[in-house]
Design a protein around this ligand. Structure first.
Ligand code: GLY
Length: 400
């Protein structure tokens, strides 16, 4: 199949170079830190660091995710090792993997994909660590144990079966599934792939509204599996659209389509992507929530970075050539614009992709860098400039 000719994009190559320069600054900062703490999000130009063994917990009625972000630091370092041939990045990252490994049996969170895909899975696919790393397979099994078979969803928050959160599911989980798609490819128990497919089908059915926007949080009756509530945890309102959740949906559904070929996932990804990209301002930096009525809402560049990766995936795997071209151009354009607006070139400021927001309702990191924004921005850039093959990003052979 012949793809439409793509104009060369020197601006994106320049952006990839600037990403690598910023990642090198991050490597130097990491060398000076204790081994067990990792960037979470930044405030006032400095990282808020979090210990990797900080587990999720309930503080009264409020759920704290704990450390769900350490994996992204490993991923940024792998991208630096890949793009700049930085041997020190590779050695530093390898040396800190033992800190992460105990989380592979953590049964208090769905975030095991965020912890283990950018670190052990991507590191293995790039040839930097053993590609069959047992801890990544263990993490996939631990995540799969969160399947609630009555509701057909992977429990999002808290210990498995905990009455406060046994019925929770979030759109974010769609981007924890890449760990399971990878494990399935490596011959893991067939149950892992089935659980991922089942969760994705439930998500396509219950998260995506008629206009293509998404809910963030669903609550089920964990015993009967009946849907009880569609709402939010980090968004502005139950009926609004939290932009990062929307981006997790775009990328997660596109990845699920690449893994399964199920047309429903391609449609869900496209509908979510149309809603997202149609509403971006000129600089492509997403508002933190598309329902915020302010003329100058808090922004979340990390949401755009994730959505760009999703658009680029559609640009590779969509079954129709004209749609592939459209989504590739959409992803490349937005990536270029957020690079112009948000790529940090100031050595005195920590982080790579600025103007991101962790959680506006919780007052956390409302204008700074985020561990995930830096990683997904770098991964999308690497894919955009062909520094990394699609097969390596996905961790399995793509459908075409
Ligand atoms: N998964 C949590 C977040 O996106 O903030």
């Amino acid at each position: 199949m012949t793809e439409p000719a793509e104009p060369d994009r020197p601006a994106l190559r320049g952006e990839w170079d600037r990403f690598l320069q910023a990642a090198e600054r991050e490597r130097r900062a990491g060398e000076g830190r204790p081994e067990g703490v990792f960037p979470h999000y930044s405030e006032d130009g400095s990282w808020r660091l979090l210990a990797v063994d900080e587990l999720s917990t309930w503080r009264g009625e409020v759920y704290d995710h704990g450390n769900w972000t350490a994996g992204f630091w490993y991923g940024v370092m792998w991208l630096l090792a890949l793009g700049a041939g930085d041997a020190r990045a590779k050695e530093l990252t390898r040396g800190r993997l033992p800190r992460l490994v105990p989380r592979s049996t953590d049964s208090t969170t769905h975030d095991l994909g965020f912890l283990f895909y950018p670190s052990l899975v991507l590191g293995g696919e790039l040839g930097f660590v053993d590609p069959g790393e047992a801890a990544a397979v263990q993490a996939a099994n631990t995540l799969t144990a969160r399947l609630n078979a009555q509701g057909g969803y992977l429990q999002a928050f808290g210990p498995i079966g905990d009455p406060r959160s046994a019925g929770t599911s979030t759109i974010d989980t769609m981007m924890n599934l890449p760990l399971l798609w990878w494990a399935r490819e490596r011959g893991a128990d067939v149950h892992l792939g089935n659980a991922a497919r089942w969760h994705a089908r439930t998500s396509a059915r219950l998260y995506v509204r008629d206009d293509g926007s998404t809910y963030h949080l669903l609550r089920f009756d964990p015993v009967s599996g009946a849907l009880r509530h569609q709402g939010t945890f980090q968004g502005a309102a139950d009926d609004s659209c939290w932009s990062r959740g929307q981006a997790w949906g775009i990328c997660g559904f596109a990845w699920a389509y690449a893994a399964t070929g199920e047309p429903e996932f391609c449609r869900a990804a496209e509908r979510c992507a149309s809603y997202f990209f149609d509403r971006l301002p000129d600089d492509a930096v997403a508002p933190w929530d598309f329902g915020d009525p302010s003329p100058t809402p808090t922004r979340d560049a990390s949401a755009t970075a994730i959505a760009c990766l999703g658009a680029l995936l559609l640009g590779h795997v969509h079954p129709e050539a004209d749609r592939r071209g459209r989504w590739r151009r959409t992803g490349l354009d937005a990536l270029e614009r957020i690079g112009d607006a948000c790529l940090n070139t100031d050595p005195a400021t920590q982080g790579i992709l600025l103007h991101s927001c962790y959680s506006k309702p919780h007052g956390l990191g409302v204008d700074g860098a985020t561990a995930w924004g830096d990683f997904f921005f770098g991964l999308a850039l690497a894919l955009a400039v062909d520094a990394i093959p699609l097969r390596t990003v996905l961790g399995f052979r793509p459908p075409r």
